[in-house]
Ligand binder design. Structure first.
Ligand code: FUC
Length: 808
């Protein structure tokens, strides 16, 4: 056994002994728990991109709109706060009129093989007007930035040493807890954020009368003031609009209610003296509204007041019960066991370290799977803004990449787990955002492309930014519109919700209209190609040896457009629309340049076999067709699947999968290739290289897509339904010999439970919402079963023996 492992094991044994009084609490793979606090007093620089390591030890709570990171410090608790709409910036015209006149010239250059000149001219003309995203540092420009709401500080009078420290985040209840003993007094805290009551509640108890004396204050790195009104401590301020004026306004309200003792408010703090128990209630809001073109108008003052008053009037137990009922209604839909027995009582941070040595801890894998679901429930609720690059949690004024919505993988990955892990309603904010960019996106299509329909490029935000980014190398992602639309038909396939499809059909249609105008005919092949366009975010060496990014017909664009056209045709068919565009779209789809295999057997990323500047690039954009797209799969296009597998191997050999989300994508890609061992190896990479001690995904810096992509990837290893077939256990690695999963969703309105043992299927239960026949597949065999609406069908492994073998 390596020396490091021995040391970690020893430390773990000591923690186990010390925690013997707590050892019932942590016997669950649904808890993150620790034997020391996150150091709350070490504050990070508010403008740096480097994550504060202490913040990455704190534990996240959220209800989709209000978020918190609980540090659990004994002497001075810090609860760092977030509100989903704390965005600086404002709506701004970024559409560049210089783009249109230059475009045909660029296309001609590219068709003539003049990549360097074309890339240079694209960089000059096909970019946004103005400061764009501020190169990811947009806090002070109109693009703006998602920012911290500030901090709630709880400074305890008692600074004595403490013992028997324990803190946890129980993701089965969405409650954070802290316990310790100080001067023989046992203290505990419990914090949760309720959706039904739109309030954060923190309860502090001591097992001795008058044991709680402390002061609370609210602060923010900038733009805040505090005062007291009606026995509430209030923090408020105005963000910058990035144009020299005032942007959004915000308010935080804090109230203390005690049993015993006293509470006194000043304009900077509230003082609690000699209380037996303390309840803190906190509400927050801004005046933001997702409503083009104003984006303002919510009565945040009234809203925060009403929410606070209502919460204070309810018994604590009632608030907690309502919170748990609401949370359980999502979380309890799915359970996963990858091994029998309880997890060893080792704190989460130490378990993560042990995993780096052993690559084996099925309970940690269960936890990371469910944590992704927890984080989605906590950061994306019907009516909220979608989960951004950091979900809902950011501790700075300048959040990395502005904490925005990147549409060249990141926001899509955030929502990969939504349908398959039975959280379909939480997908809805994504669609609200898509709808919200229709008007600005149509403007961009008109001004920059003289095109109908709408367009978005690799980034968008709460202000309707739809122009390309400020460098064409990453900013000219013309496939983003199609990729974002992929979620529409997927949501329909899982839910069968025709009304939803009707609502979103204009969005699909607008995207299709854009691409019909956009595609041009390749002069030699006559095929339709997209361009000038980048393949996110990779560079190639042109034949003259220069490093370029722009070409005609990069594989990624061709694949996402194929997917969009297919989804559009299918949607029109489902909705029985006599849609005149359908025949034009079918013709155009047939003429699209399709996937190509290079001389080395790899799927080509560009029309020519250019060497990549970074062969291990984190983006695997040209493998979209394998996952999440459907154009390539083992069943129908095995030769392309093989080529995709080779491309994947090549990327990995050259260092690919080195960022959190990229490694998480690998899990999904290998699952689609039905390669359980490699999918598991990619999961090992995520857990050992890209996960911080609070299990947040690491690019680095913290990016939440890795969490969501990992959850989706694990689901994809257990169940797939991409091609009209429900495939049971398509990519289970040898290490997962025993297991049970309940409540996963398959396309067609099915809910699936699977149990396996000694590496093989034991039973499956298929509950059908809509009935109808469906093909089931397990290993190389398949069978067609008939289902009745609302009934559950039990399948045993033996049932597959009578089957026809599938041809592949
Ligand atoms: C894309 C990626 C980066 C990062 C950023 C937020 O541009 O290429 O790695 O994840 O989004």
């Amino acid at each position: 056994m390596p020396k490091r492992t021995v040391i970690i094991l020893l430390i773990s044994c000591i923690s186990i002994l010390m925690l013997s009084c707590n050892n019932n609490k942590n016997q669950s793979s649904l808890k993150l728990w620790y034997d020391s606090p996150a150091d709350a007093t070490a504050m990070d620089s508010p403008r740096g991109w480097d994550d504060d390591p202490h913040w990455l030890n704190a534990l996240p709570l959220g209800n989709g709109s209000l978020g918190a990171m609980v540090f659990g410090d004994v002497h001075s608790e810090r609860i760092q706060l977030n509100e989903e709409s704390m965005w600086s910036g404002s709506p701004y015209d970024n559409d560049n009129p210089d783009a249109l006149p230059a475009r045909e010239k660029i296309r001609q250059m590219l068709f003539e093989g003049k990549y360097q000149e074309a890339t240079a001219l694209t960089n000059k003309t096909q970019i946004c007007k103005g400061a764009g995203s501020g190169h990811g540092n947009g806090a002070e420009v109109p693009f703006g930035c998602f920012q911290t709401l500030g901090d709630l500080w709880v400074d305890f009078d008692n600074k004595a040493p403490y013992e028997a420290y324990y803190r946890e985040l129980d993701i089965s209840d969405a409650v954070a807890k802290v316990e310790y003993t100080q001067n023989d007094i046992h203290y505990s805290r419990e914090v949760f954020i309720s959706k039904p009551d739109e309030v954060m509640v923190a309860r502090f108890t001591a097992d001795r009368e008058a044991g709680i004396s402390l002061s609370c204050s609210l602060s923010r790195p900038e733009r805040y003031s505090t005062y007291t009104e009606d026995d509430q401590l209030i923090m408020r301020g105005t963000l910058t609009d990035g144009q020299g004026g005032e942007g959004l306004q915000y308010m935080v309200r804090l109230k203390a209610v005690t049993k015993g003792g006293t509470v006194n408010y000043s304009d900077t703090s509230l003082l609690v003296k000699d209380a037996n128990e303390l309840l803190l209630y906190l509400t927050a809001s801004t005046d933001y509204m997702l409503d083009y073109p104003l984006y303002k108008g919510r009565d945040y003052i009234k809203l925060t007041r009403e929410n606070l008053e209502k919460a204070v009037s309810e018994p604590y137990e009632e608030l907690l019960r309502r919170h748990m009922d609401d949370y359980h209604s999502y979380f309890n839909r799915v359970s996963l066991e990858l091994s029998t027995g309880d997890p060893k009582p080792i704190p989460t941070d130490k378990r993560l370290e042990l995993f780096q040595e052993s690559y084996s801890d099925p309970h940690l894998e269960e936890l990371i799977f469910q944590y992704g679901r927890y984080l989605l429930i906590s950061s994306s609720r019907p009516g909220s803004l979608p989960a951004n690059l950091q979900g809902l949690w950011a501790n700075d004024i300048q959040t990395p990449w502005n904490g925005d919505y990147h549409t060249d993988i990141n926001i899509q990955m955030n929502y990969w787990p939504a349908e398959v892990t039975n959280l379909s309603e939480l997908h809805l904010p994504y669609f609200d955002l898509l709808e919200s960019i229709q008007e600005p996106g149509s403007r961009t299509a008109n001004i920059m492309y003289n095109s109908s329909g709408w367009v978005v490029h690799p980034i968008t935000n709460v202000w309707g930014f739809t122009a390309p980014g400020e460098r064409a190398s990453w900013g000219m992602h013309t496939g983003a519109t199609a990729w974002t639309c992929q979620h529409i038909y997927e949501h329909y396939l899982f839910t069968g919700d025709r009304q939803f499809l009707e609502r979103m059909f204009p969005v699909l249609k607008g995207a299709v209209q854009f691409y019909l105008d956009w595609l041009s005919e390749h002069p030699e092949t006559g095929e339709l190609v997209s361009g000038p366009a980048a393949s996110p975010e990779n560079s190639f060496y042109a034949p003259d040896g220069t490093k370029c990014q722009i070409s005609m017909g990069p594989a990624h664009d061709q694949q996402v457009i194929w997917q969009l056209f297919t989804d559009f045709i299918n949607s029109a068919d489902v909705l029985k629309l006599n849609e005149p565009l359908v025949s034009a779209v079918s013709l155009a789809r047939d003429r699209l340049a399709g996937p190509k295999i290079g001389s080395d057997g790899r799927l080509m990323e560009w029309v020519e076999e250019f060497p990549e500047a970074e062969p291990g690039h984190r983006h695997m954009s040209h493998l979209f067709a394998l996952h999440p797209g459907k154009q390539i799969n083992l069943e129908n296009t095995p030769e392309y699947a093989e080529a995709a597998a080779r491309s994947l191997e090549y990327r990995i050999q050259h260092g690919g999968g080195h960022t959190g989300w990229s490694a998480a994508w690998l899990i999904n890609l290998y699952a689609r290739l039905q390669n359980g061992e490699k999918a598991k190896a990619s999961l090992n990479t995520v857990l050992s290289k890209s996960t911080s001690s609070n299990l947040f995904g690491q690019h680095p810096p913290f990016q939440i897509d890795a969490n969501f992509g990992t959850t989706a990837g694990i689901a994809e290893m257990l169940l797939q339904s991409h091609t009209g077939v429900i495939h049971l256990l398509p990519a289970v690695p040898g290490e997962w010999q025993e297991g049970k999963v309940k409540g996963l969703r398959a396309r067609g309105g099915f809910e699936v439970d699977i149990q396996w043992s000694a590496g093989s299927l034991s039973t499956a239960r298929i509950r059908s919402e809509k009935g109808g026949s469906v093909k089931l597949q397990y290993k190389g065999a398949s069978m067609i079963v008939n289902t009745d609406p609302g009934r559950t069908l039990k399948i045993k492994a033996e049932d597959f023996k009578i089957l026809t073998k599938t041809p592949y």
